[in-house]
Every structure is written in C-alpha cells, then in structure tokens.
Write a protein that binds this ligand. Sequence first.
Ligand SMILES: *[C@@H]1O[C@H](CO)[C@@H](O)[C@H](O)[C@H]1NC(C)=O
Ligand SMILES: *[C@@H]1O[C@H](CO)[C@@H](O)[C@H](O)[C@H]1NC(C)=O
Ligand SMILES: *[C@@H]1O[C@H](CO)[C@@H](O)[C@H](O)[C@H]1NC(C)=O
Length: 382
Amino acid sequence: MVYLKIVPVFVGLYFLAHVYGHPARPSLPLCEKTIKNKNEHELWCLVADGQHLNYDEIRTYTKPLPKNVKVNVTINCINDGIIRLPWPLYASNVVSLHVSGCINEGLLSERTVNHGQRNELRQVVFENIRHRVTISELHDSIVNLQNMSTDYACGPSNTVVQIYKNIQYLFPKSSGSLNDLILLEELMSESTVDRLTQPQTICRYPHLRLLENSGSRSFSNFHLKTMETNQYPKLRQYSLWNNSLPRLPAEIASLQIDFLPSLTYLDLSRNELTSADFDLRGKLVKHKLLINLQNNMIRELNSRVVTDIAKTKGVILDLRNNDQLQCSCDLFSYGDYLISLKSNSARAVYKGITCEHNEQGTIISHSLHDIAFRNELCKPTN
Ligand SMILES: *[C@@H]1O[C@H](CO)[C@@H](O)[C@H](O)[C@H]1NC(C)=O
Ligand SMILES: *[C@@H]1O[C@H](CO)[C@@H](O)[C@H](O)[C@H]1NC(C)=O
Ligand SMILES: *[C@@H]1O[C@H](CO)[C@@H](O)[C@H](O)[C@H]1NC(C)=O
C-alpha cells in the first residue's frame, strides 16, 4: 500500500482498472465502470427495453472489492427496461444507489433471505419506478410479517438521504384461478389488517436527514403509523409533496411527531388539501418548523389555528399559492404573527401570501400588507 501511495495516480488507476475492470469474462455488460480514484468506483448502468439487469450481478462485482472502496451505482432504464432489485437494497461497498425509469421485479424476494451483503448505503434515490409484485409474493410477505428479517423491515437504515419519487406498484390482474382467489380473500381479511397495524420491528435511522415520498397516488396514513414506531433522531426534512393528499394525516395535523424530533422542514406542497386544520393544543412544538402548504386548495385559516400557532413561536405555515384562500381577520392576525417571528422565511411567506375577497360580485386579490383593506374588513361593528 505504501508503494501505491507514491506511484503516480494514473499508474494506480491502471492497476485497479486492470484488477477490477477485466475479470476473466466481461461482467456487467450493461454497466460502465469508472474508477475515480483508488477508493471510489462508479457503476453506470443503462437498461434498455427488452434488457434485464439483476442486482446480484452488481453484488458479485462489488463484494470482492477491498472494504475501503466505495461504489456509487446509477441504473437508468429506458422504456421498459427490467431490473431485479430486492429490498433492502444492500450490496457490499455500495454507498449510493440512484435508480430511474425501471420496472423492478423481485422487490419482495429477500424477505427472509440472508443476502450476506453489508448495509453501507448512505444515499438512495428512486425515481419513476414501477415495482411489479405478484399476488403470491404479496400474500406471502403479509402473511409472514412476523418472520421477516430486521434488514428487510428497516431497509437501508444507515442512509443520510432517501428519496422515493413517483413510485408505483403494478399488481397483475388476478388470473381468476381458485388459488389466486383464496390468496386474495385471505389478504382482504381483518386478520391481515390487524397484523399490518401491529408494530413489528423498531427501526432506527441514526443518520437520516432527508426523506422524500412523493408522486404516489396511494400514500396512506398507514405509512405514518408505521413510521411512528421508528426512530429518526436527525431527520430535518421530510417531504410528502405531490401525493394527492386530500387531508392532513392525523399525526401531522396534531404535530404529534415525537418520532421526528429534529424536523425543521415539512413539505406538503402540491397536494389536495382544502384546509389547514392543525390542532396543536396537545403539543407545543418547541423548535422552528416550516410547513410548506403551497399549491394546495386551502380556503381559510381559522382563529383556533391562528391562536395555537402563535403559541408555538416558531411554526410557519407557508400558505403561498393557494388560489382560493379567503381574506379574513384571522388570516391578517396570522400575518402579524409571521412578522413577529422576525425571520427571513417568515417574512417571505408574509409577503407572498395573497387572499381573495368578493367585492360586490368581483373577486379582488389582496396581500397581507394591504392595511387599508384590512382596516375596512376588520372594522369593529357596533
Ligand atoms: C458518491 O455518492 C455520494 C453520496 O452518497 C457522494 O457524496 C459522492 O460525491 C459520490 N461520488 C462520486 C464519485 O460520484
Ligand atoms: C415464516 O412463517 C411461516 C408461517 O408462520 C412459516 O411457514 C415459514 O416457514 C416461516 N419462514 C421462515 C423463513 O422462518
Ligand atoms: C406528481 O405525481 C404524479 C404521480 O402521482 C407524477 O406522474 C408526476 O410526474 C408528479 N409530478 C412531478 C412534478 O413530479
């Protein structure tokens, strides 16, 4: 190793390329390998329509590498390229995994398997992925929840960043066979629901700072229920934008988010929320928390919410770009609170909020610093 340090870098690169890049037969034909420096490798894989990439091939490449070598893996699929990428995604030496555009088969295939890979992922980004799940895989994984491995239950638990964007599950139509029908019936039974709502394993994500689940039409409250039992001591940004959420999930509405003690930014933008009905009576959030509610359909902010928020002294509801927001004295009081926070983000929100007011059949838009209008609207009546 001492020798390697003193030889010019390109000699070292050549040496490594030779050792790791040219095994007896060409491995990983769909991937291009780049060795950035001695300890940083990059795999860039392109899977076209009709092609298939099995993650095991990548594992076979990365596992024999020395422990201090870190590998970043990027997999891009075009059209209907298919991969087999099983949860929990571990592959020894792989620190970053970025996958986009693929159909994934076998997501559930390592539920009880000991895959023998180290859990080293620091970053996972999934974009536009369709997971194809068979009825029997789904049935199997739900019925055997008790004996799934901790790795499987918790996934890539050493990550700093996890981003899941536009993820879909493709369930094949039931074949109508008796077997499928029995499986489906069992899946829909109450005991399945019971089992799903029992906390199984407590997962801890000690390094996670950014988590995004967006672009899912099926994001459910069940998701937060399972998160509640886990630990995310450092999670600062949690993003749930673009999930067609019609209402605030209960945990968020009450900010009962002890499982997210470091949260400073919650992104709920581009959903279908019609109200900002937070109920903060039970809980005073003690730190600053910016909640992005932009591009929803929120129509009003009621006086109870305004009073509760004012007590937190740090929670900001970003109500910009809610086109149907109605002007009200409560909304103006909320503006006063924003100004009192004396922070740049609160000021930006204050300046950017507009509300509408119906004046004799004409909808007029106002900003929160429209004092003349406010005085008129909130004139004490005798
Ligand atoms: C590999 O991924 C990590 C993120 O996990 C990143 O910080 C690093 O810059 C990447 N390295 C290369 C060579 O792209
Ligand atoms: C998991 O549990 C089911 C039933 O509870 C059992 O049939 C199966 O063999 C178990 N699998 C493992 C790997 O323990
Ligand atoms: C929002 O989510 C939908 C799927 O629900 C997706 O098709 C769309 O591309 C997403 N929008 C953006 C801007 O990512």
